[in-house]
Design a protein around this ligand. Structure first.
Ligand code: KIV
Length: 281
């Protein structure tokens, strides 16, 4: 499948209308070439703040800035024709007030051309989601494990086990009622994901939340197996590119050191005849 000039880009309402239908396919993208590959097969391309950990080597998403999201958002925009582009609002760019959230969401939309933003939080962010949605900013919400809250959650654990399930349910319901067009459910038990998906009116997009959700999202580098040592339970690796890239770089290094690269087929002919007697001499 490949998009062409007549391809119509999906809108937040198209995504919302897929509730309970064919599962939504979503991946992250941070660069133009990856966005092109994702666009051919996915409904949503998320410029996730995971970019900070995946491409910039940060130890959490907390150090990600609006400038970083804007730069990667612009790059992804150039690679998309059909998929809905959603850009993450980074930590500190929206929690202070609905007005702060609107100012920064508007910046991301105008600078990157994205059609929607994603922010983390349920009940506590409901007023902000409503404020944005009423002012032309479609919002994808994110509840369950919210990585920007790693310090208050005490780590990247499964959320909503035991008595905590009610909190996650209230969070998901609050985002739907506030006007989000979809909600990411991260790292919650399957039974809870099933219940939330049945009870709320907007699509649930799962990551570590089972096939009971209305769609799935993963970090594209995880799907491609770019990180040899990072293997969480909820990720299925569809390739082992990390190993392949390592082997390719090692082979290149060997060839250069042993003067096997460049070979005859990689060099240009016609050495400068008479260079000693000519102008170049
Ligand atoms: O930042 C991110 O990539 C995300 C998802 C994987 C849901 O929030």
């Amino acid at each position: 499948m490949s998009a062409n000039a007549e391809t119509k880009a999906l809108t937040p309402s198209d995504i919302a209308s897929r509730k309970g239908k064919t599962p939504l396919v979503c991946l992250t993208a941070y660069t133009t070439p990856m966005a092109r590959l994702v666009d051919a097969h996915c409904d949503i391309a998320l410029v996730g703040d995971s970019v900070g950990m995946v491409l910039h080597g940060l130890s959490s998403t907390l150090g990600v800035t609006l400038d970083m999201m804007s730069l990667h958002g612009k790059a992804v925009r150039r690679g998309l024709e059909r998929a809905l582009m959603v850009v993450d609002m980074p930590f500190g760019s929206y929690e202070e007030s609905p007005e702060q959230a609107f100012r920064n969401a508007a910046r991301l939309m105008t600078e990157t051309g994205c059609a929607a933003v994603k922010l983390e939080g349920g009940e506590r962010m409901a007023a902000t989601i409503g404020f944005l949605a009423a002012r032309g900013v479609p919002v994808m919400a994110h509840v369950g494990l919210t990585p920007q809250a790693v310090n208050t959650l005490g780590g990247y654990h499964v959320q909503g086990r035991g008595g905590d399930a009610k909190r996650v349910m209230r969070d998901a319901a609050a985002t739907a009622e506030a006007g989000a067009f979809a909600v990411v459910l991260e790292k919650v038990p399957e039974a809870l994901a099933r219940r939330i998906t049945a009870e709320i009116a907007i699509p649930t997009i799962g990551i570590g939340a089972s096939a009971a959700c209305d769609g799935q999202i993963l970090v594209v580098d995880d799907v491609l197996g770019m990180f040899t040592s990072f293997r969480p339970k909820f990720i299925k690796r569809y390739a082992e590119l990390g190993e392949q890239v390592e082997a390719a770089i090692a082979a290149y290094a060997r060839d250069v050191r042993e003067r096997r690269f460049p070979g005859a087929e990689h060099v240009f002919g016609d050495a400068p005849k008479g260079i000693k007697g000519g102008e170049a001499a």
